[in-house]
Design a protein around this ligand. Structure first.
Ligand code: ZN
Length: 129
Protein backbone atom coordinates (compact mmCIF):
# COMPACT_ATOMS: atom_id res chain seq x y z
CA UNK A 1 0.00 0.00 0.00
CA UNK A 2 1.20 3.51 -0.84
CA UNK A 3 0.28 6.79 0.83
CA UNK A 4 -0.09 10.14 -0.89
CA UNK A 5 0.21 13.08 1.50
CA UNK A 6 -2.03 16.01 0.64
CA UNK A 7 -1.88 19.48 2.19
CA UNK A 8 -5.05 21.48 1.61
CA UNK A 9 -5.05 25.27 1.85
CA UNK A 10 -8.77 26.10 1.84
CA UNK A 11 -11.88 24.86 3.61
CA UNK A 12 -13.24 23.48 0.32
CA UNK A 13 -10.65 22.49 -2.26
CA UNK A 14 -10.18 19.90 -5.02
CA UNK A 15 -6.56 18.76 -5.36
CA UNK A 16 -5.54 16.89 -8.52
CA UNK A 17 -3.68 13.72 -7.49
CA UNK A 18 -3.59 12.12 -10.96
CA UNK A 19 0.17 12.60 -11.43
CA UNK A 20 0.87 11.06 -7.99
CA UNK A 21 -1.20 8.02 -8.97
CA UNK A 22 0.58 7.73 -12.33
CA UNK A 23 3.94 7.80 -10.50
CA UNK A 24 2.82 4.98 -8.18
CA UNK A 25 1.66 2.83 -11.11
CA UNK A 26 4.86 3.48 -13.10
CA UNK A 27 7.14 2.71 -10.14
CA UNK A 28 5.27 -0.50 -9.31
CA UNK A 29 5.57 -1.72 -12.89
CA UNK A 30 2.00 -3.02 -12.94
CA UNK A 31 0.95 -3.63 -16.55
CA UNK A 32 -2.68 -4.66 -16.09
CA UNK A 33 -4.91 -4.39 -13.03
CA UNK A 34 -6.67 -1.85 -10.89
CA UNK A 35 -5.68 1.15 -8.80
CA UNK A 36 -7.80 1.35 -5.66
CA UNK A 37 -7.84 4.80 -4.04
CA UNK A 38 -9.18 5.30 -0.51
CA UNK A 39 -9.54 8.45 1.61
CA UNK A 40 -9.48 7.59 5.35
CA UNK A 41 -11.22 10.79 6.47
CA UNK A 42 -14.84 11.69 7.29
CA UNK A 43 -14.75 15.26 5.95
CA UNK A 44 -12.84 14.64 2.71
CA UNK A 45 -13.56 12.53 -0.34
CA UNK A 46 -12.46 11.50 -3.80
CA UNK A 47 -13.95 12.16 -7.21
CA UNK A 48 -13.07 11.86 -10.88
CA UNK A 49 -13.99 14.78 -13.12
CA UNK A 50 -12.67 17.23 -15.67
CA UNK A 51 -9.07 18.30 -15.21
CA UNK A 52 -8.66 20.53 -18.27
CA UNK A 53 -10.78 23.52 -17.29
CA UNK A 54 -10.27 24.63 -13.65
CA UNK A 55 -13.69 26.30 -13.79
CA UNK A 56 -15.29 22.84 -13.53
CA UNK A 57 -13.89 22.08 -10.06
CA UNK A 58 -14.72 25.64 -9.01
CA UNK A 59 -18.32 25.17 -10.18
CA UNK A 60 -18.69 21.81 -8.36
CA UNK A 61 -17.37 23.29 -5.12
CA UNK A 62 -19.60 26.38 -5.46
CA UNK A 63 -22.67 24.21 -6.09
CA UNK A 64 -21.91 22.05 -3.03
CA UNK A 65 -21.49 25.19 -0.92
CA UNK A 66 -24.87 26.50 -2.12
CA UNK A 67 -26.70 23.26 -1.33
CA UNK A 68 -24.84 22.56 1.93
CA UNK A 69 -23.91 25.88 3.56
CA UNK A 70 -21.58 25.86 6.57
CA UNK A 71 -24.26 27.45 8.78
CA UNK A 72 -27.18 25.20 7.82
CA UNK A 73 -29.62 23.49 10.19
CA UNK A 74 -27.36 20.78 11.61
CA UNK A 75 -27.12 19.00 14.97
CA UNK A 76 -23.51 17.77 14.90
CA UNK A 77 -21.66 19.66 17.65
CA UNK A 78 -18.34 19.89 15.87
CA UNK A 79 -19.78 22.49 13.46
CA UNK A 80 -18.63 20.78 10.28
CA UNK A 81 -21.74 18.88 9.20
CA UNK A 82 -21.58 20.42 5.73
CA UNK A 83 -18.15 18.78 5.32
CA UNK A 84 -19.44 15.37 6.47
CA UNK A 85 -22.35 15.56 4.01
CA UNK A 86 -20.13 16.61 1.08
CA UNK A 87 -17.70 13.79 1.92
CA UNK A 88 -20.53 11.25 1.86
CA UNK A 89 -21.70 12.54 -1.52
CA UNK A 90 -18.29 12.31 -3.19
CA UNK A 91 -17.53 9.01 -1.47
CA UNK A 92 -14.33 7.76 0.11
CA UNK A 93 -12.98 5.56 -2.66
CA UNK A 94 -12.50 5.23 -6.40
CA UNK A 95 -11.07 2.57 -8.68
CA UNK A 96 -9.21 3.29 -11.90
CA UNK A 97 -8.25 0.45 -14.22
CA UNK A 98 -4.65 -0.04 -15.32
CA UNK A 99 -3.89 -1.25 -18.86
CA UNK A 100 -0.55 -1.30 -20.73
CA UNK A 101 1.06 0.08 -17.55
CA UNK A 102 -1.12 3.20 -17.54
CA UNK A 103 -4.19 4.44 -15.72
CA UNK A 104 -7.26 4.16 -17.94
CA UNK A 105 -8.80 7.63 -17.71
CA UNK A 106 -10.86 9.55 -20.24
CA UNK A 107 -9.14 12.37 -22.12
CA UNK A 108 -10.51 15.06 -19.82
CA UNK A 109 -10.60 13.10 -16.56
CA UNK A 110 -8.49 13.79 -13.48
CA UNK A 111 -8.65 12.21 -10.04
CA UNK A 112 -9.35 14.74 -7.31
CA UNK A 113 -8.85 14.58 -3.58
CA UNK A 114 -11.79 16.61 -2.22
CA UNK A 115 -11.17 18.68 0.89
CA UNK A 116 -14.27 19.91 2.71
CA UNK A 117 -12.88 20.89 6.13
CA UNK A 118 -9.46 22.33 5.43
CA UNK A 119 -6.86 23.51 5.61
CA UNK A 120 -5.44 20.22 6.87
CA UNK A 121 -2.82 17.60 6.25
CA UNK A 122 -4.50 14.55 4.70
CA UNK A 123 -3.69 11.10 3.42
CA UNK A 124 -4.82 9.16 0.40
CA UNK A 125 -4.20 5.40 0.47
CA UNK A 126 -3.49 3.59 -2.78
CA UNK A 127 -3.43 -0.14 -3.44
CA UNK A 128 -2.59 -1.67 -6.81
CA UNK A 129 -4.31 -4.95 -7.52
ZN1 ZN B 1 -17.47 16.51 12.53
Amino acid sequence: MKTITVKSRSRNEFIDITSDLKDIVRQAGVKSGACYIFVPHTTAGITINEGADPAVKRDIIAALERVFPVDGDYRHGEGNSDAHIKASLTGSSSVVLIEDGKLVLGTWQSVYFCEFDGPRNRQVLVKLI
